[in-house]
Design a protein around this ligand. Sequence first.
Ligand SMILES: [Zn+2]
Ligand SMILES: [Zn+2]
Length: 235
Amino acid sequence: MKSISLVWTDTVDDLEVRFGLAAVQEIVNSLQVISFRRGLFQAAPIVNVFGNWVIPALPQGSDYSSLQWYVDNSYDHERSRVIGAKLLDLILNEPWQRSGAHYDVMMIGDNLVPSTENRPEYEALALSMPGRATVVSMAPLHKINDDRVRLFVVRRVVGHQLGHLFGIPRAQRPGAISQTPGERHCPNLCAMRDADDLDALVGMTLEELEAHILLCADCWQDLLQIMVDSYHGMN
Ligand SMILES: [Zn+2]
Ligand SMILES: [Zn+2]
């Protein structure tokens, strides 16, 4: 089974990191508990927390010598944004993805835009490539004035993107809402619902918090199935 690598740049503040990590931890732990109850062992991926890593043995600024190198090499100074497609490309071609495919979860503090084709002022919250990598930008969330609310939104967004990374809801699920190819959303009270804008995102986050729900029962079921299939080499 693929492991999860968790990384973040130094432009993400400590509390944002903590709430982002909490989402990953909560999903992985719950998956372990659910699978254990059903008599399945090791149905949750191993999480490797690498943070803002540097390889001191490599010359500074050389290819793949630090996490910051990825950001520096996908940054468009004219737009003041990280070009998401470029960043995903660097991740997919890194020596570590080539030698052992894994799930990459990256949190950045910089503004993110999916590609150079987007309008220059466009800001994306995240960009995911299912099965491989997700990049989450904290920048759009800084418009949320209430710090406590903002941190719970960070947790929700990281949880949502982890869901996309794993591929939930599954395409086979009746009721799964398909939008762009490969990106599906959930119709239930669940962090896999799609939010059109920041206000909707905040509203959904608070609603889910109040109901003590991160993922709905259908999404847990889908997630468990995906993990079991990957464990048995069916993916
Ligand atoms: Zn989504
Ligand atoms: Zn759901």
